[in-house]
Design a protein around this ligand. Structure first.
Ligand code: SF4
Length: 469
């Protein structure tokens, strides 16, 4: 997420934000992308124009991710770079307020200020609606840095301004945050807090607004999105399935998806929604992490490999064309070769259209970080073997699409002249010749070729036209 505009030399003489510029750097998942967008909205709401880059920004926000390996080292390396820019600006008589946001900020707030005292603000994912107030405090002469990493009682979504920019053809909508599952390897319960669901009324209103601005597909986001629950507009208890059914009634909304789900929360009514709601894409990212019950227990996943198999069977019975994606961790503490073979066996049995796989790496403060670690060489060998199998499955799935007609949402101009790009119902990138006036349409296209990560197509009959202006 980059906010772009010019800097202002006498920024500090004005009211906070007025005539100043801001730049948000985003690392990590789609939820971070969404959060960065909302932080940009908050800053725009108090007068910050987008800056071309950190070099010209009065405020720089680095929105961090703690999921991947060496997140903390990566942060301090980037902060070293930003520190130089901050010094250059100071030498020319201007100040750059530097804020670190996101999950690393939440987990390592005090350490960040101790190791990088030039960081003006450290804020967690639940407090970014207060960013202008924090900037004002940090800009006060003599201020000694601001740390806001609490989990406030107020709902930040109630305090966010309506976004100024149109959402694009595919819009992300956070409906749920946090997690109560406490998997042994994961920091999310510590950085994002307990599971919390946004009210149905707020979600429906935001979705309707996104569609009115041109969104054709909405991706519902949450760390544990299928744990979403809340009171419907009529006061009755709603599940994610009920919410999806209500969203599907918004005129002009062509496609709905949700991510990321936990197998424990794949309720029967959500599986039924895959059968009954045509707008719900026949594609599901459902992390399993391991195929060995021993490891699933060690990971505190609270489901078995057979539970996962049963869910997949029910999904395929409900929606025979559904394709699956998943997450895998190899080399979690305690994993033996036999455990790993059980993972390979599960992958062969289920068959995934795509998947993400990682070597286990310890996250400070999580239970698995304290346990005896699997040798790195074993992790490397297992990851290679798993990724080779998953790559084969992805290639096979893509090849199986050739000759089929698929409804593709056209999302953008392609990289080559006359080319347009879109996404299949299985989220594969699809490229074809066509006019950019088709952006926003769902077209039946004939798939002509498959590549490892994308498809080529020719346009056939149009299925649903673009939204009226
Ligand atoms: S369910 Fe997902 S978000 Fe929650 S602790 Fe486990 S891996 Fe982390």
């Amino acid at each position: 997420m980059e906010l772009m505009s010019e800097s202002n030399p006498d920024a500090e003489a004005r009211a906070p934000g007025s005539g100043q510029t801001a730049h948000v750097i985003t690392w990590g998942c789609q939820m971070n992308v969404y959060d960065s967008g909302r932080m940009a909205d908050v800053l725009a709401g108090v007068g910050y124009a987008p800056a071309a880059g950190p070099e010209s920004a009065d405020v720089v926000v680095l929105n961090t991710c703690h999921i991947r390996d060496r997140a903390t080292e990566k942060l301090f390396s980037e902060l070293g770079r930003l520190r130089l820019l901050q010094q250059e600006r100071a030498a020319s008589g201007r100040r750059m307020i530097l804020a670190v946001a996101g999950c690393v900020a939440q987990a390592e707030g005090a350490e960040i200020r101790a190791r990088a005292p030039f960081v003006d603000i450290v804020l967690g994912p639940q407090t970014y609606h207060r960013l202008p107030e924090m900037i004002a405090r940090a800009a006060t002469p003599g201020a000694d840095g601001v740390i806001e990493i609490d989990f406030p009682a107020e709902d930040k979504f109630d305090h966010l301004p309506v976004p100024a920019a149109p959402p694009g053809v595919v819009a992300f909508l956070t409906v749920q945050e946090g997690c109560d599952k406490f998997c042994s390897f994961c920091v999310v319960p510590y950085t994002r807090g307990a599971e919390a669901s946004r009210p149905a009324r707020a979600v429906l209103a935001e979705a309707a607004r996104l569609v009115s601005l041109g969104a054709r597909e909405i991706a519902l986001l949450g760390q544990n999105v299928n744990a979403w629950h809340g009171a419907g507009p009529d006061g009755s208890a709603w599940t994610l399935a009920r919410l999806i059914r209500a969203l599907a009634e918004i005129p002009g909304l062509a496609r709905i998806r949700y991510t990321t789900s936990h197998p424990r929360d794949m309720a029967p009514d959500l599986i039924d929604a895959h059968r009954d709601v045509p707008a719900l894409l026949p594609f599901l990212h459902l992390p399993v992490q391991s195929g060995a019950d021993r490891m699933l227990a060690a990971m505190n996943r609270k489901h078995t490999a057979d539970d996962f198999r049963r869910i997949v069977d029910r999904l395929r019975a409900a929606r025979p064309d559904i394709a699956l994606s998943s997450d895998f961790i190899v080399g979690h503490p305690g994993e033996t070769e036999a455990d790993f073979q059980a993972t390979l066996a599960l992958v062969r049995e289920i068959g995934f259209a795509q998947a993400y796989s990682f070597k286990y790496s310890p996250r400070p403060g999580t239970p698995a970080a304290e346990r005896a670690q699997v040798p790195e060489s074993d992790k490397d060998a297992r990851l290679q073997a798993l990724q080779a199998l998953l790559r084969d499955q992805q290639r096979g799935f893509n090849a199986g699409c050739v000759g089929r007609t698929l409804p593709v949402l056209i999302t953008a101009a392609g990289r080559h002249p006359g080319q347009i790009a879109g996404r299949s119902p299985y989220l594969q990138p699809v490229h074809m010749q066509g006019s950019t006036t088709l952006i926003g349409s769902v077209l039946d296209v004939h798939i002509t070729a498959a590549h490892p990560n994308s498809l080529a197509a020719e346009i056939g009959r149009q299925r649903a036209g673009p939204l009226a202006a």
